[in-house]
Design a protein around this ligand. Structure first.
Ligand code: GLA
Length: 386
């Protein structure tokens, strides 16, 4: 669907639900991360790109302090909340993300009140493609405009991350929100999670005869379930023991001498984070040299590190990677937090259909549910579309 068509559809939905026209329509995309996983909360580097799938949101400011929320993917009901009464943990289901953003803006001392919102999102949920960040960022950019807040893109990402951390209770880093607000079409985003400096890295897959498949294993991941928080705490403990602000400050050359000083349970975590940061830099160099096909081996190497050292893969993501590579993918790996979710596979354009089929067949043979297959095309970040 074109942005104009998406905007018209969501405007019509808003009119049906809220009875008049919205002030505008905003869209914020989901993402895949090419490389740089579990590095963001270590102040490290990542290389995400935005997907064409996006949370599309029509909004109109209200002056009576009410937040009225409706989703085309919901149960048909409109949720009505009093902005002044918003409190972490007090909002159920998907509504905690938009409510969390409004709460986070107010926590920053910004004079925001209510709004009528109508959402229609094409980002699959629970697939590791940042559907919640897309929703948060759509609300953040819409509020930024209708309340004239003048926040910068990194500030909007921080507000959205704070909503997810402190309101929804998910201890995520900042990558997903930065990807959703800062990506641009035709580029991957080189993100420094410490300074929030970004660099747009041209990513012309089509011009190089390549496609990037997204294989959603349909194993639902849930970052709030404690495993993610435990990994994050392990990294922070390791940095503390080493006397470093964050694992980002550990250079690759120091790794062998450093690992012997750490308790055994922290060694694989530290090894993953340090080698993964280095893989981001190598990936950016290859892209700058005009060799996107050289990302392939880095993806597969990154997956091995997530599987063997960080231990966030699962049988379905491991099988998708193996089957894709065996069928001719140049490289593949899980993307996002892990514990299920999606795998990305870089494939020569002519092999895309056979790689997708090979993964589907391997899942059937293993007794797994059929994966959903999407294509990742580097797309624009959050913006007003109507
Ligand atoms: C999830 C989190 C991100 C990041 C990734 C792993 O997507 O939301 O902040 O930590 O996992 O790279």
């Amino acid at each position: 669907m074109t942005p104009a068509a998406a905007s018209a559809a969501v405007r019509a939905g808003f009119r049906r639900v809220h009875g008049s026209d919205p002030e505008g329509v905003w869209a914020a995309p989901g993402r895949v991360n090419l490389i740089g996983e579990h590095t963001d909360y270590n102040d490290g580097f990542a290389l995400p790109m935005a997907l064409p799938q996006a949370a599309v949101l029509a909004a109109r400011r209200r002056e009576d302090g009410l937040l009225r929320l409706h989703s085309a993917q919901g149960d048909g009901r409109t949720t009505e909340l009093r902005v002044a009464g918003l409190a972490p943990g007090g909002t159920p289901g998907w509504t905690r993300y938009p409510a969390g953003v409004v709460w986070a803006l107010r926590e920053r001392g910004l004079p925001v009140g209510g709004a009528d919102l109508h959402l229609d999102s094409s980002v699959p949920t629970g697939a590791g493609l940042s559907s919640s960040a897309a929703l948060e960022c759509a609300v953040a950019v819409a509020y930024n405009d209708v309340y004239g807040l003048g926040l910068s893109r990194p500030e909007l990402a921080r507000v959205a991350q704070y909503a997810e951390n402190a309101y929804a209770g998910v201890p995520c880093g900042v990558m997903d929100q930065m990807a959703s607000v800062c990506c641009t079409g035709g580029h991957a985003l080189h993100l420094d999670s410490r300074s929030l400096e970004v660099r747009q890295v041209p990513l012309d897959l089509t011009g190089h005869g390549l496609r990037l498949l997204v294989l959603d294993t349909r194993v639902k991941h849930d970052l709030a379930d404690g495993a993610y928080a435990a990994l994050r705490a392990g990294c922070e403990r390791a940095a503390g023991l080493l006397g470093l602000p964050a694992l980002r400050d550990l250079a690759g050359a120091e790794l062998p001498a450093t690992l012997v000083r750490l308790p055994a349970d922290l060694v694989p975590l530290v090894r993953h984070v340090v080698t993964e940061n280095a893989r981001v830099e190598r990936a950016v160099e290859r892209l700058a040299a005009g060799e996107p096909e050289a990302l392939g081996p880095l993806l597969t190497e990154g997956h091995a590190s997530l599987r063997d050292d960080y231990r966030v893969s699962c049988p379905e993501t491991d099988l998708a990677v193996e089957a894709a590579v065996a069928a001719g993918a140049l490289g593949a790996r899980m993307t996002g937090g892990g514990f299920g979710g999606s795998v990305i596979a870089l494939v020569p354009a002519g092999d895309a259909a056979s790689v997708a089929r090979a993964v589907t067949d391997a899942f059937a043979a293993a007794g797994f549910a059929a994966p959903a297959v999407l294509e990742a095309v580097p797309s624009p970040g959050a913006r007003r579309i109507g």
